[in-house]
Design a protein around this ligand. Sequence first.
Ligand SMILES: [Ca+2]
Ligand SMILES: [Ca+2]
Length: 341
Amino acid sequence: MALIKKTTILLTLFFVFGLYFNCKSKDVSKSKNNEIHSVLPFSDPSNAGNWKLNTEVSDEFDAATIDENKWYIVGKFENGAPFYKHPDKPNKKVWTGRAPSQFSGRNYRLEQGKLILETRWEPDFPFIKEVRKPVFGEALPYENITTACFIGRKEFKYGYIEIKSKAADAPVSSAFWAMGDMLEFDFFELYGGTINPNKKHLDSQLWWSTRDWNKPVNGKPTYTERKDVGFRVADDFHIWGIEWDEKGVKYFIDGKLFSQVSNDEVTAWAKENRKKVSLPDDYNGYVATKPISLWLDQETFPWNDIPKTKAELEANSPVGQKEDGVVDFEIEYVRVWQKVK
Ligand SMILES: [Ca+2]
Ligand SMILES: [Ca+2]
């Protein structure tokens, strides 16, 4: 009997200590995971990919001012007018925005650790007078609406690109994309709040593409996806992750794999969808093989709709912000990791 009692006491003690140590070790791994989460891709908290943050191109937007060694703010003001000159490519023409909207260097603010890009109803803005025919769509004058554009000044090739952001709830795009040598890589062109009743689906759609700016493709996609993500993109913050290497692209939303495509599948898509321009037999549609710089911007998309009044632009603005003439694309951070070699 005494033996049984002793054994029971011992077993109980083991059990209690076991529970205690188990909890302790869980606490440790939990806090480690939280730390890891802050510096690793949201979809890879254990760093299976062996990622290292590229601090030259990543930005938490926690500082009091924008690091202009990292970002070129398009359309900053000088003598009462916006000017368009890239600090690293002074002889190259800078794109001034998709008419009728024009990029303005005043259209942003830093607030509670976020970069907020603003689209503004601003009919008195000193708009460019010249009407230009864009590559896609009709020639329209610049008028009424100003938007924001930030361009990364440092390039990188391949890695894991992540943004936590909330699209503007308005009929303008909220876009995260990249340009390289004759190459465009659109991670998303979200369209938060259309006023076109036939296009309501746009407010929950992810549109991403790779584009070849060489002849004969001339900027058309070599691959594109338009997919319903299952939530309104302007309702809340989401984490968009793009794993990009020489073999293809994996697309993650809020840490879960959403879509993936290989380089061969991209080329097959390009050959099928660009038949009209007769591509060479050995055409490689996977053009995303060169260094890129990041872009964050907003544009009017005339092929969807154009806000005609201030009230139309701000129809979905929150209560108390319906008459300030501003709609916000909010960015918590942009992070880029690359493989440790
Ligand atoms: Ca932040
Ligand atoms: Ca507003």
